[in-house]
Design a protein around this ligand. Structure first.
Ligand code: F6P
Length: 359
């Protein structure tokens, strides 16, 4: 049962300095992703229940630099559980290299009377949070957000499940055209420097070839897999390629090509396949569609569990730590551990993909 807090009945314009209560700030930084609103809602509900005032910080670290904040009550988070994006807005602003911005953050953290900040984000947002904590500028608790699932210290970040679900549905749709037109469909998915989305969506969508950054692409091997399917009477194939995948040294890629922006590997791959095999190859870049729309039930629940846990961690003074999901339990780890190195695709998972697909 929710304890009635005075804050809940007041206007959204209330100034937190007016209240003699402990205050938690919450910000969402980096790429948006489904489940952020579930986290914000959970932090507000649990925070109010524990007697905190919750201050929403707008647009990631930028909001603390500009002192762009607002008090959040249950009314402010009503009806957002199933909504993608973030009601707080986000940005990729990383103040860690700017002494002026860091000073502003310290100033506004104090001005708002915050006792801690819950930073919801991926590698960069959490590395900044840790940096500010280590400089003694603010108390911080992290929550792992990433459609890429690249954060260490947690089995899953929220947002990943939705991205996999969306990518799988799109692969299913592209399958029908591939089959009807006897084409090779190259489907480029997000994932940054890791291939988690490609492996899981590729497995779920029945891909014939899965290409990830963890394993360099051998174009001859890929083409041979396609020819072999043709010999077996399969005149179409589905290739799922992660945006961060790279060709190996033997694939005849012009020097300097690897310095490309993400979002072009699919195109390059399709052209090479057509040139080498003569099969018609088409590309679909799924892009930001994977990050949009309603979160899956799993991400809503995971985000909710993380939000509740983060408030408990603030209460217990577990600063410099990140809520994490380990063996179906919500625990915590050091933020330092989470951002130390990217979590690469585990090869036992890829070995399962190898039962069905080429690489
Ligand atoms: O980290 C999430 C992510 O969606 C990556 O998969 C992708 O490479 C990147 O963000 C895209 O970022 P932006 O929306 O800023 O182009």
């Amino acid at each position: 049962m929710m304890r009635q807090s005075g804050v809940r009945c007041r206007s959204l314009d209330i100034k937190s300095e007016d209240l003699d209560m402990k205050k938690i700030g919450i910000l969402t930084g980096g790429a948006d992703c489904p489940g952020l609103n579930a986290v914000i809602r959970a932090v507000v509900y649990k925070g109010l229940q524990e007697g905190y005032v919750i201050t929403g910080i707008k647009n990631g670290w930028q909001g603390l630099i500009d002192n762009d904040t607002r008090i959040l009550d249950t009314r402010a988070v009503s009806g957002i559980l199933d909504r993608g994006g973030t009601i707080l807005g986000t940005s990729r602003v990383d103040p860690s290299q700017s002494p002026e911005q860091i000073e502003k953050i310290a100033e506004n953290y104090k001005r708002n009377g915050m006792d801690a900040v819950i930073a919801v984000g991926g590698e960069v947002t959490l590395a900044t949070a840790l940096d500010l904590f280590n400089r003694d500028i603010l108390n911080v608790v992290g929550i792992p957000k990433s459609i890429d699932n690249a954060l260490s210290g947690t089995d899953y970040a929220f947002g990943f499940d939705t991205a996999v679900q969306v990518a799988t549905e799109l692969i299913d749709r592209l399958h029908t055209t591939a089959e009807s037109h006897h084409r090779i469909m190259v489907i480029e998915v997000m994932g940054h420097y890791t291939g988690w989305i490609a492996v899981e969506a590729g497995l779920a969508g029945g891909a014939d070839v899965i290409l990830i950054p963890e394993i360099k692409i051998n174009i001859e091997k890929v083409c041979e897999a396609l020819r072999s399917r043709h010999r077996r009477g399969k005149s179409f194939s589905i290739i799922v390629v992660s945006e961060g995948a790279e060709f190996d040294a033997h694939s005849g890629i012009p020097e300097g090509y690897e310095k490309r922006r993400f979002g072009s590997i699919g195109e390059k791959l399709a052209k090479l396949i057509e040139n080498i095999t003569g099969y018609e190859a088409r590309v679909s870049v799924l892009g930001h569609i994977q990050r949009g729309g309603a979160p899956t039930a799993f991400d809503r629940i995971l985000g909710t569990r993380f939000g509740v846990k983060a408030v408990e961690m603030v209460k217990e003074g577990k600063f410099g730590k990140m809520a994490s999901y380990q063996n179906n339990r919500i625990k915590y780890c050091d933020i330092a551990e989470a951002v130390k190195q990217r979590k690469k695709v585990e090869m036992d998972l890829f070995d399962i993909a190898r039962v069905f697909c080429a690489e």
